[in-house]
Ligand binder design. Structure first.
Ligand code: CO
Length: 145
């Protein structure tokens, strides 16, 4: 069912410091920061050739990654995202097997109109999994959290 690993997302407490670490330390080409207030994060993207890494820092008081950073003050791997062709079919399959799809199983529209869902980390060995639909045209593959 799943296809490519689309991205790995890392929550960081200080985006500028994280950018400097990846850019200067690892020689990564890092995109300009993008504020996504509807998602409560500011993100940058690193293209690695076979996938992407997203560095995410909290934006606003209600950031969904604030609790994660309280538990992981230095930052940490927050989720990984796999592509699926048909997200509704994926949700049906997972729910049918008793797995928990967050947000009531309803795909949420990503920042650029791409449907995504998140799967409960307790069903996936402690890792939060994002599924992203590729069956619809992607206007900008990068902007997603
Ligand atoms: Co993501």
């Amino acid at each position: 069912m799943i296809g490519r690993l689309n991205h790995i997302a890392i929550a960081v407490p200080d985006l500028d410091a994280a950018v400097a670490r990846y850019r200067d330390g690892l020689g990564a080409r890092v995109s300009a920061p993008q504020a996504l207030p509807e998602h409560g994060v500011t993100v940058v993207f690193i293209e690695t050739g076979n996938t992407k890494v997203e560095l995410m820092a909290p934006l606003g008081a209600q950031s969904p990654i604030a609790k994660f950073l309280e538990r992981n003050p230095d930052g940490g791997m927050h989720h990984m995202c796999f592509e699926v062709e048909d997200i509704a079919a994926a949700v049906e399959r997972l729910v049918g097997q008793g797995m928990r799809v967050l947000g009531g199983g309803r795909p949420r529209t990503g920042a650029h109109g791409v449907p995504v869902v998140f799967l409960h980390p307790k069903d996936f060995h402690g890792v939060l999994i994002e599924l992203e639909e590729t069956g619809t045209p992607l206007s900008n593959k990068h902007v997603r959290v």
